[in-house]
Design a protein around this ligand. Structure first.
Ligand code: FEO
Length: 384
């Protein structure tokens, strides 16, 4: 696949992986992207996961023909991109490795390698000429690890963005991009919004024609759309005024209250209400959707004088990603000593700018007529 006349795609599609990073379900697999720029000097951007080294090396060889690679540019050291470095250096002993100082230290940690005789250390604003193409490097600490760099090629105006703008699953640009790029960004980089905004700010003066991330499709059109979404995610701004109801239910009574609230919200004119059963739904999708929505309703049972475990996991997933700036409402259930709302509020204590919406609903085993009236009032309050 050609990105431009001189920039080619040499990545691979991992369709067999069960869990990305050992935790994220990826039913459509994940792409480990890699690119080649052909010029007087040839540069390869990043390697691939250890299970695809041979396939990637074959792609590289096919793309280069009889030419040799001059540079291997390592933008990110997470093993999904770095695991094939050593094999590459053995096959191409004259190629130089270009990366950040932190990345070379990590190579030593991961592989025990010392590339001091063939390394080129680059940092903020450094350039590297390939001939007609000129690479400009920008540091991108914590998007997603501290050693990350991104690269702008000035002739083609192509941005090699490392993990930024990546997505799980296929390289489809249509329906799935937003949902799967959101789940990827919030899950993997979501804690580091400040650092992501800093990178977006650095890149804002560049005239970018295409974005080549390390996962998912190359972005070639409507780049403003993707940049705006990234700005929202990085600044913890809701994408819309939707309402997410996240619940757990042991015997179905809390679920009945949740469904009653969802029905009342829809009756009162809200189209965008999403309900997630945290024990059964993909947790990373639930977490990502909490960052998408303006309002979050938390409904759970008291359990061991605490809260039901999936709700605990959900809230931890939010707080460790700096969940903030949302409306939050609470529904608790408990047959003799309900404490769930108190526990949930304590977990959210350090989260900034949360607006707790009244009334808080307390169910003693099953929903009563009084609870229904309170849920009606809560629906009204959420829609204000
Ligand atoms: Fe795709 Fe942070 O590695």
């Amino acid at each position: 696949m050609e990105i431009t006349n001189n920039i080619k795609y040499v990545g691979v599609h991992d369709k067999k992986i069960d869990l990305f990073e050992g935790q994220y379900s990826v039913p459509l697999g994940i792409y480990y992207n890699s690119y080649i720029i052909e010029d007087e000097k040839n540069a390869i951007f990043d390697t691939v996961d250890v299970n695809f080294t041979d396939q990637w090396l074959a792609n590289v060889k096919e793309a280069l023909g009889s030419k040799a690679p001059t540079y291997l540019i390592i933008q990110h050291m997470e093993p999904d991109h770095s695991a094939s470095i050593v094999k590459f250096t053995e096959i191409y002993p004259h190629a130089k490795i270009v990366s950040s100082a932190k990345a070379f230290a990590m190579m030593k940690g991961f592989f025990g390698t010392d590339f001091s005789d063939r390394q080129i250390v680059v940092g903020e604003g450094d350039s590297l000429s390939l001939g007609e193409h000129n690479l400009k490097f920008f540091t991108a600490p914590m998007v997603h690890w501290p050693e990350v760099i991104v690269t702008y090629e000035e002739k083609s105006k192509v941005l090699f963005s490392a993990d930024a703008f990546g997505k799980f699953g296929n390289r489809d640009l249509l329906d799935s991009w937003v949902d799967e790029a959101r789940r990827y960004y919030i899950g993997i980089v979501g804690k580091y919004g400040v650092q992501t905004l800093a990178l977006l700010n650095k890149l804002s003066n560049l005239n970018v024609s295409q974005i080549c991330p390390l996962h998912g499709p190359v972005l070639s059109k409507d780049l403003g759309f993707y940049l705006d979404l990234y700005k929202k995610w990085a600044s913890y701004t809701p994408e819309d005024d939707s309402i997410l109801i996240a619940y757990t239910s042991i015997y179905g009574n809390t679920k009945k209250a949740v469904m009653y609230l969802a029905e009342k919200l829809r009756e009162k004119g809200t189209k965008d209400v999403t309900v997630f059963d945290l024990a059964r739904h993909d947790m990373s999708e639930a977490i990502a959707n909490a960052f998408k929505s303006e309002s979050l309703v938390l409904a759970t049972t008291t359990y061991n004088a605490d809260i039901f475990p999936p709700m605990h996991q959900f809230l931890k997933g939010l707080t460790e990603r700096n969940f903030q700036g949302r409306k939050v409402a609470f529904i608790q259930n408990g047959s003799w000593a309900p404490t769930a709302t108190k526990v949930m509020k304590a977990i959210l204590e350090g989260s900034k700018n949360l607006d707790f919406i009244e009334p808080e609903i307390k169910i003693m085993s099953s929903m009563t007529e009084e609870n229904k009236a309170e849920l009606n009032a809560l629906a009204e309050a959420l829609l204000k």
